[in-house]
Design a protein around this ligand. Structure first.
Ligand code: NZQ
Ligand code: ZN
Length: 383
């Protein structure tokens, strides 16, 4: 196991009715700016619950944060927060709203051009405190210190991370996820499954706790994920999926182990240039990364096949093949597409898709093996 230092300070309040706990979590009389997306919270009653809970606070709202949040939208919220002298930011939504709120929290106090936080990794010295009410189990953003923001005019989707943007609290009410359309539920299942994969499917370092924890999460996400589409109003299924997704990216399973975020990084341009949802990009690319890295990842692929997909028969090569096929089949069973051509993307688009990786000089994978050329080969495998 590799050395690590770890702290996750996010207070989690989990369960039915937890939104009513807001007044106990936000400092009294703080000027709150509540941020949300395109309006789902108004239809499913979450907005009304939040407004009721915040009735004793001076409150301003910012709505319209889009999926895969835009830099320009975040900057409008920064302007509003400054004008209103907000002291606390409350994100009510999925990963996009929470990510946007984290960036806004950092940009409010940033001296200079806030784009440099994303584009140049500029250091964030201060951030406004924020809290999160989660409505979509997927990203883990509610209990982590990272965010991903898009600048469509530049064709860029970029992330940043700083402990300063850990939410002060995350309210997780599984009932808040009942209103999600089936495709968003499926996206959340696939995204959280792949978060575990990106921290597990590298090479062994004898990290028994992390490996066993990761395998439990994958088993639960797969089993409950397949059930939730049939039984969407089942509280226990929703609760287990929500807590699993949080644990998939709250830092615990990634400590002391190599990680490989290639599928995520190669996927960003698919969202910015072709509008695929975040999980849709991953379902296409991960089988390609597994294929391309099959030798480097062989031991872990075999273990994944055995423990999660019951692949036990045949020689190593055959079991690797079967495991990659089983992973892809799981995504298809969740209703996601797994090939680029299903989105109308062809070889002619590959330069555009690998361009950002080239410009940023990314060397991806646990060993830095995946450069622009390798990314192109991976995408070619997925045409
Ligand atoms: O905008 P509204 O109207 O709220 O609708 C949203 C949105 O259209 C809707 N939705 C959310 N909760 C709902 C609901 N509809 C009905 N009922 C509810 N309870 O779902 C749509 C998608 O929401 P979004 O927040 O975009 O989804 P998700 O949570 O998957 O977040 C995706 C974003 O998170 C980033 C992705 O790149 C992407 O930008 N990620 C953030 C990470 C992190 N911070 O650690 C890690 C991830 O790998 C990921 O990159
Ligand atoms: Zn993800």
């Amino acid at each position: 196991m590799n050395n690590f230092e770890f702290s996750n300070p996010v207070k989690v309040v989990f369960g039915k009715g937890s939104i009513a706990r807001l007044p106990a979590l936000i400092p009294e009389r703080s000027r709150v700016l509540m941020l949300y997306g395109g309006g789902s919270i108004k239809k499913n009653g979450i907005y009304a619950q939040a407004i009721e809970a915040l009735k004793d606070y001076p409150l301003t709202e910012f709505s319209g944060i889009e999926a895969n949040p835009h830099y320009e939208t975040c900057m409008r919220a920064v302007g509003l927060a400054k004008r209103e002298k907000a002291a606390f930011l409350l994100a009510v939504g999925g990963g996009s709203v929470i990510d946007a709120t984290k960036f806004i929290a950092a940009a409010i106090h940033f001296d200079g051009d806030p784009w440099s936080i994303l584009a140049k990794g500029a250091t964030v010295e201060r951030a406004m405190p924020l809290g999160a009410v989660l409505t979509l189990a997927a990203t883990g953003s509610e209990t982590n210190e990272r965010a991903v923001i898009s600048r469509v005019s530049e064709g860029r989707k970029l992330g940043f991370a700083t402990p300063l943007v850990f939410p002060r609290f995350a309210l997780l009410d599984p009932e808040a996820t009942y209103s999600l359309p089936a495709n968003q539920v499926a996206n959340g299942v696939v995204d959280s499954f792949i978060h575990v994969i990106e921290q597990y499917l590298t090479y062994p370092v004898n990290a028994k706790v992390q490996d066993a924890f990761a395998e439990s999460l994958m088993r639960i996400i797969r089993e409950e994920g397949l059930k939730v589409l049939e039984d969407p109003l089942n509280y226990d299924i929703r609760a287990n999926l929500m807590w699993a997704a949080t644990n998939a990216l709250n830092g615990w399973i990634g400590q002391g182990v190599p990680q490989d975020w290639s599928s995520h990084r190669i996927g960003y341009p698919l969202t910015v240039l072709f509008g695929l949802a975040h999980a849709e990009t991953l379902a296409v690319i991960l089988p390609g990364v597994m294929q391309y890295m099959r030798k480097e990842k062989e031991e872990k692929i075999l273990r994944l096949g055995n423990v999660i997909f019951n692949v036990t028969e045949g020689g190593a090569d055959m079991r690797v093949e079967k495991t990659i096929a089983a992973v892809e089949m799981f995504f298809r069973d969740m209703g996601l597409k797994t090939r680029l051509h299903e989105y109308g993307i062809t070889e002619a688009n590959l330069d555009a898709l690998t361009g950002p990786i080239d410009q940023l000089g990314w060397k991806l994978s646990e060993k830095g093996h995946i450069d622009t050329k390798a990314a192109r080969e991976i995408l070619t495998l997925r045409l």
